[in-house]
Design a binder for this molecule. Sequence first.
Ligand code: SAH
Length: 228
Amino acid sequence: MLIARIFTLYPEFFPGPLGKGLYGKALDKKIWKLETINIRDYTTDKHKTVDDTTYGGGSGMLIKPDVLANSLDKNLKSKERTIYLSPKGKLFNQKLAKDLSKEKTVNIICGHFEGIDERVIEARNIEELSIGDFVLSGGESAAFVMLDAIIRILPGVLGNEKSIEDESFENGLLEYPQYTKPQIWEKKTVPDVLLSGDHAKIKDWRLSQSEAITRVRRPDLWQKYKKN
Ligand code: SAH
């Protein structure tokens, strides 16, 4: 069972979409478990202060290192992976999703305001991950994205492990186009090869489509693919 432990100032956001549908069922089946920690519960002053102004000036506020570290120290066992969601982080991708899906526990810190005090990141050996080159108001929506990608590949969640193998990024390429019924829709037909029943030919067609799409849409992935 994967334990996803979320450190947030807004615990009411969770489980949100992750408690529904396939993921809700996976929670019932104990494939994964969600623990939500309210960072505010780890303040030590009577006003429950979680944030303060930045040294060196600037308009924003930062989550205080002592409060955040206290919330981590009271909840983590040693050697658990801890991630801070941040636009400065390494870009999250399918490989990292796979990697994280193999952990027993993943701790995820959702920042707010201008972020968190840099010293906690160093002092608690925290990995910084970004979900893309844009700035969100808080880490909660990023946590949903990351957890969605991780939970989806946990064995038993989708019920069809084979469908995961053929997907985008799995072989370094984007996925080929797919079609379902009706065979003719708005006068458009399905490519003949897919109706041929010739599995080898279908496989070749899909690979060539994947290659063509990747070359045009993602030159970065295409360069890497060609090298391997
Ligand atoms: N001042 C920061 C942005 C803070 S945004 C900077 O310029 O780098 C507030 C919070 O939203 C962050 O602490 C982080 O947890 C979350 N967040 C914003 N954009 C994100 C992204 N692209 N990926 C992951 N988390 C993000």
